[in-house]
Ligand binder design. Structure first.
Ligand SMILES: [Zn+2]
Ligand SMILES: [Zn+2]
Length: 367
């Protein structure tokens, strides 16, 4: 009988099944990953609930960390890794040929329909095992893998994904450096990762804004290096930011709040003249109420979108993880085996009463 592997397959909105799938054959250019951990983020929740439309069935899991189980000769040479090495895998599978890829801007690849763990690459597209909620996962020849030291706990190493976003969105894109004041709207995984990255880049002042129900995340932001946190339901954010910045506003705003469009309009009031705003939280394609574009003009504000992460930012994240200089264990709160994938996503999404989740991971080895 052909060997099989367990994998969590989504068959429709809120429908997950643990199935046995055939282990794919690999060729000289591809590989198989034994998944140690796969991070869960808001995109998993959006797929699970059907907010992100899908071509189901497909295997979930786009933030994989694992050990190379088998690898073709050419893949080993090209990627610089071999059987037994631990790697972090980027979700995007770039095409390598489009203008964006050739210009080195692969997060904008037109081939970005090909990603691990998303239903745009469904189960019926060979070899099927395109997601990391599984014991084994297929690594396409165009996969981007980053070696990670093996002696770190998997639940810490798997933080490469949100931390990579923090480095790209809060540092690389706005050019954050020493002397900058940085305001982060939204204290989720990526907001907290932005705190860590901005601190590492030498930001002078870091302020994080969240809701009352985010209190535990705001406390964590302070523990990870934020100077001030603001509960937007309890305090007047504009007045507080003015006080904290001697009336100037902040140099950099990172907008990473989920779903609510209002903070985008608010960012224009909070940013200093000549400041930079990075928009990375998606809003379900809804318009922003009370958006005063004149503020962009009169303050000469730079507004940039951020979609995805770059190799550089992932490398910065992995270097930080390997350095052991930040107590990252505080970010990771929940682990789940494959058979509890549904509970894992619902816990991250805040659907489970009493669970205060920051970062969760699927750990196939747990059962
Ligand atoms: Zn994700
Ligand atoms: Zn491309």
């Amino acid at each position: 009988m052909a060997p099989t592997t367990r994998a969590v397959v989504q068959t429709g909105p809120r429908k997950l099944e643990l199935r046995s799938l055939p282990v794919p054959e690999i060729d000289a250019d591809s590989a198989l990953l034994r998944v140690e951990a796969c991070g869960i983020c808001g995109s998993d929740a959006e797929q699970y609930t059907g907010v992100l439309p899908g071509a189901w069935p497909s295997v979930l899991g786009h933030e994989p960390l694992g050990i190379i189980e088998r690898i073709g000769d050419r893949a080993a040479r090209r990627w610089g890794v071999d059987v037994g090495d631990r790697v972090a895998v980027e979700a995007l599978i770039p095409c390598g040929h489009c203008p964006a890829c050739i210009d080195g801007r692969y997060p904008l690849c037109r081939g970005r329909g090909r990603m691990f763990g998303y239903s745009f690459v469904p189960l019926d597209q060979p070899p099927g095992l395109w997601g990391a909620y599984a014991d084994l996962m297929y690594l396409d020849p165009m996969s981007i893998v980053h070696p990670v030291r093996r002696d770190l706990p998997a639940e810490i190493a798997v933080l490469f994904n949100p931390l990579g976003a923090g480095f790209r969105w809060a540092v690389e894109i706005p050019g954050t450096g020493p002397g900058d004041s940085v305001l982060i709207l939204g204290p989720g995984q990526r907001g907290l990762a932005s705190v860590i990255a901005a601190r590492r880049a030498g930001a002078r002042q870091i302020i994080v804004v969240g809701l009352s129900r985010d209190r535990h995340k705001l406390d964590l932001a302070l523990a990870l290096g934020a100077d001030h946190v603001i509960d937007s339901e309890e305090e007047n954010v504009r007045r507080r930011v003015r006080e904290l910045t001697q009336g100037r506003g902040v140099d950099v705003v990172i907008e990473v709040s989920a779903n609510a469009p209002e903070p985008v309009a608010e960012a224009l009031h909070l940013v200093a003249t000549g400041g930079r705003i990075v928009l990375a939280g998606v809003k379900g394609f809804r318009a922003v109420p009370d958006f005063v574009s004149d503020l962009i003009v009169v303050k000469e504000v730079t507004v940039r979108g951020a979609f995805g992460v770059t190799r550089r930012a992932y490398d910065a994240a992995i270097e930080l993880i390997e350095s052991g200089t930040v107590d990252l264990a505080r970010l990771h709160t929940h682990d789940f085996g494959l058979e509890r994938a549904e509970e894992a996503i619902r816990t991250l999404a805040g659907e489970i009463e009493g669970e205060r989740c920051v970062h969760a991971a699927i750990r196939p080895g747990l059962g």
